[in-house]
Design a binder for this molecule. Structure first.
Ligand code: CA
Ligand code: CA
Length: 593
């Protein structure tokens, strides 16, 4: 029995040691859970999702950096993305367990120590020749789940790496880059699934939302965002089952045009746990020449609400039916509590659309609650009819049909906003404290005309010509604080170059945003008064974030001029061609005196 006792003691000791190792192992590699992601907006110790919470409010409850203390904000570190690969840097960092994961141009991802900026590892995606990103070689950020960090690449793949080692765990092809597909949006995690869209609306691709098992990358369901296309769900072995076509074939499209109908979901999704709905924005119908595709062209230029369990479209709201101006409806749909004129609080969502109007919808059913312009001088529609939910079009402002004239070029019109939009990809913020949306807007117009177009795989499918022009000598960008109930501009700050970065707002009474001129700015959330600014060395076209670590509040933003404006901006691109490229991430905190 003595021997037995000894063995018993040894095995007990081994069990203790094993338990200690397991404990250590857990401490070294904390995992991101579904609960962590659902609670992200309420946990300032990390930033786990694009939008600082899947609802997309970009609001932080942190108050250490506030209207009084922000003057003492100083840089802690800066990290260069290095190499010769600069161009547009539109990424929002995510931060977990003391580490920052930030993506960069040309499908790169860096893991950094969030306090010191020390590089931990880097992933550089091998991009093939012949990728066709429409709007620069940008990426908007990564998602975190379990022990993985996941991001989309310009050749339309999804890559998941171990967040602590950088080792690739799975890699899945979203679609064929040679057919014009690409991907640059930050994925969103919903109930253990990684939710992504696709880019390529200028190449006649078919938009859709995919849900994959975040741990393995295997497809769970796919939902096309063009009427007539079949949805599918997949079992564990990859066998697919039909889940019905989206909409009703040929109800809002004629002939076969829906087969190359666009509606690219290139800006990703938000997710509202309260209604259990994924909100996806969809891009322009293809081609741009609207005379080739009579009808509303669902579900292009819309917000589409999708049930995460089934991949079914629960409701949709089309911001630009029968779009003729490239008014992609991809801008983020931000969940918030809306107090209407009757004082009743409604579960709502807000979207500042490319077309210049701000839409407030009941997010349980997609019903329009309010709509108002957030930019001046809109030419294509007089207003949005609150009863029908449809625009009151100005028919003369639709670019003309080439077939009505010489067959080569239709009547040119000057339309505002330009196709780069009253607002584009740069995400706005909503403060539950002030009840205001902070919208990075632009005031510009375009000459636009239609041309014939025919689909050819991998070639631009547009049928339009255009040039963008500034409306004012002294500014294009305008940061606007908008009241969603009244539609009134509470304050505005003009900016010479077009605004292209996102916004962050905090309980400290601040709004942070960057400018193409290189400044990260902090302004008073109530008045817009500038309280602090810092020159980051290149244009800021990315959204700032904030978090707390070891009792201190940190602010971070990526810097690096580029994106769609220099490539598509026409006269505006010439106006801002003095801006220099870059590629770095900055981190700030309060100076301790
Ligand atoms: Ca958090
Ligand atoms: Ca487009």
């Amino acid at each position: 029995m003595k021997q037995g006792n000894k063995t018993g003691r040894i095995s007990f000791a081994l069990t203790l040691m094993a338990a200690a190792f397991v404990g250590l192992g857990q401490a070294q590699a904390k995992e991101v859970t579904d609960a962590d992601i659902v609670n992200d907006a309420k946990t300032p110790g990390d930033v786990l999702s694009f939008g600082l919470g899947t609802q997309g409010q970009r609001y932080s409850e942190l108050t250490a950096v506030n209207t009084k203390t922000v003057k003492d904000l100083v840089p802690v570190w800066s990290f260069s993305f290095g190499g010769e690969k600069q161009r547009g840097q539109e990424s929002q960092p995510v931060i977990f367990d003391g580490k920052m994961y930030v993506t960069a141009s040309y499908s790169r991802l860096f893991a950094l120590d969030a306090k010191t900026g020390k590089k931990l590892w880097k992933y550089e995606h091998r991009l093939p020749d012949g990728i066709m990103p429409c709007c620069d070689v940008i990426n908007r950020g990564a998602a975190l789940y379990g022990d993985l960090v996941i991001f989309a690449t310009l050749d339309a793949q999804l890559v998941a790496m171990n967040k602590d080692t950088g080792k690739v765990v799975w890699k899945e092809k979203l679609d064929d880059y040679a057919a014009g597909y690409s991907a640059s949006a930050a994925p969103q995690i919903v109930k253990g699934m990684v939710i992504t869209g696709v880019s390529g609306g200028e190449f006649g691709i078919v938009g859709r939302i995919d849900a994959r098992d975040a741990k393995t990358g295997k497809l769970i369901w796919t939902r096309p965002t063009v009427e007539g296309h079949m949805g599918y769900k997949f079992d564990k072995d990859g066998n697919k089952t039909e889940t019905g076509v989206s909409g009703t074939t040929n109800a809002t499209w004629t002939g076969d045009m829906w087969k190359t109908g666009g509606a690219a979901t290139w800006n990703g999704v938000t997710y509202d746990p309260e209604t259990n709905l994924i909100f996806a924005g969809t891009g322009n119908p293809a081609p741009w020449n609207s005379h080739l595709r009579p009808g509303d062209n669902l579900f292009s230029s819309s917000t589409v609400a999708i049930e995460p369990e089934s991949g079914k479209i629960v409701w949709h709201y089309q911001t630009t039916p029968h779009d003729g101006w490239d008014f992609d409806g991809v801008n983020e749909f931000v969940s918030f509590d809306y107090k209407g004129k009757d004082g009743k609080v409604v579960k709502a969502g807000g979207k500042a659309d490319r077309n210049g109007f701000f839409f407030v919808l009941d997010r349980t059913n997609g019903k329009l609650l309010n709509a108002f312009p957030f930019v001046k001088d809109i030419t294509w529609a007089k207003s949005i009819d609150l009863a029908t939910g449809r625009p009151n079009y100005v028919d003369d402002n639709r670019p003309g049909d080439p077939a009505a004239g010489d067959g080569k070029q239709g009547k040119s019109v000057f339309a505002s906003p330009s196709f780069l939009g009253g607002k584009n990809q740069m995400p706005m913020a909503y403060s539950p404290k002030t009840g205001l949306f902070y919208v990075p807007a632009n005031e510009w117009g375009m000459d636009i005309w239609n041309e014939p177009a025919s689909y050819k795989k991998g070639a631009a499918f547009m049928g339009a010509g255009f040039t963008i022009k500034a409306l004012h000598d002294d500014h294009i960008g305008v940061m606007r604080a908008m009241d969603p109930a009244t539609g009134k501009v509470v304050w505005e700050n003009k900016n010479y170059a077009p605004l292209w970065g996102g916004v962050l707002t905090t309980a400290g009474g601040l709004v942070f945003y960057g400018t193409p001129e290189g400044f990260l700015k902090a302004v008073d959330a109530k008045t817009g008064k500038e309280l602090w600014k810092f020159q980051t060395g290149s244009g800021v076209v990315a959204p700032p974030v904030t978090w707390t670590q070891d009792g201190e509040q940190y602010i971070s933003v990526v810097s690096g001029w580029g994106g769609a404006v220099p490539l598509w901006g026409g006269d505006v691109a010439k106006r801002v061609n003095y801006l220099e490229q870059g590629g770095s991430v900055w981190v700030f905190k309060l100076h301790k005196s």
